[in-house]
Write a protein that binds this ligand. Structure first.
Ligand code: ATP
Ligand code: HMH
Length: 263
């Protein structure tokens, strides 16, 4: 049967990040994508113009509908908006027998907040402990652990600080550092450095969502964490290279790059 992957995240009306990026990634990687919507954003290439959370019962009901009937081989989380939603989702994932990729989304590329600051402690103590892989970017690492990364060597220190909260693996995304796009994956014992050339391309809306969904898709297909992350990094790098202009600001990555002529 086709592997089934569930994203628990916010909707991006512009189609580049959030639920929309997740489902496109899952289609491109050959798994069946399903969604629990936590919040609706009015968003485009220029920023986030508005955001509305769903009630916690609506989130629980969507999750139960999917898991109790269809079943999941992996779960991915993105925007969770509030402490109440973070805690409810952590509890649901804790009771689900499937690997979980936790993207602890804090702010959008434009700096708009997608998580209340009052939810950070719940992310640390409830959500990170249920993660098979946590995928913070450098701003999220700084918010969650107080570690400010300015060089590749400091990625190790950041990873150790996140692992203290209990995820099995952490992937620190160094995409915001200058130079190559270098990420560090570690479980505290093994260390994998994932390096890709930086594409001088401003159309990077949704990179983090795309990467986390690609990892979840690999895990659902039965890949081990390092193999799933390596394949996901290749997919997101190709999608960034093929990113395109839409609207007046930061355009999306191309989730369908492998389907285009010549790809
Ligand atoms: N310009 C770039 N060229 C190549 N790879 C990049 C570039 N920018 C980011 N990456 C890679 O993309 C992946 C996502 O990292 P990034 O730090 O952009 O996530 P993010 O900030 O969570 O994204 P978003 O919040 O927009 O979804 C990482 O593997 C990172 O190294
Ligand atoms: C809904 C949503 N989730 C995640 C991101 C990632 O930045 C975004 N921009 N929008």
């Amino acid at each position: 049967m086709i592997p089934r992957v569930l994203t628990v995240a916010g909707s991006d009306s512009g189609g580049g990040a959030g639920i929309q990026a997740d489902l496109k990634t899952m289609l491109a990687l050959g798994v069946h994508g399903m969604s629990v919507i936590t919040a609706v954003t009015a968003q485009n290439s220029l920023g986030v113009q508005g955001a509305w959370e769903l009630p916690v019962e609506a989130v629980r009901a969507q999750y139960r509908s999917v898991v109790d009937d269809i079943g999941v081989q992996a779960v991915k989380t993105g925007m969770l908006a509030s402490a109440e939603l973070v805690e409810a989702v952590a509890e649901l994932i804790g009771a689900t027998d499937a690997p979980a990729v936790i993207d602890p989304v804090g702010v959008s590329k434009h700096g708009d907040s997608l998580l209340a600051s009052s939810a950070l402690e719940s992310v640390r103590t409830k959500l990170l402990p249920v993660a098979t892989v946590a995928t913070p970017n450098l701003d999220e690492v700084a918010q969650l652990t107080g570690v400010h990364v300015e060089s590749e060597e400091q990625l190790r220190q950041a990873a150790a600080a996140v692992l203290e909260y209990g995820p099995s693996w952490v992937l620190i995304k160094g995409g915001h550092l200058p130079g190559d796009a270098v990420d560090l994956l570690t479980d505290g014992a093994a260390e994998h450095w994932l390096r890709a050339p930086r594409h001088d391309n401003r159309h990077t809306h949704g990179t983090g969502c795309t990467l986390a969904s690609a990892i979840a898709s690999g895990l659902a297909k039965g890949l081990a964490v390092p193999e799933a992350v390596t394949a996901a990094k290749e997919y997101v790098t190709g999608a960034i290279e093929a990113g395109f202009a839409l609207g007046g600001g930061i355009g999306p990555v191309d989730h369908g790059w492998r389907f285009r002529d010549g790809a």
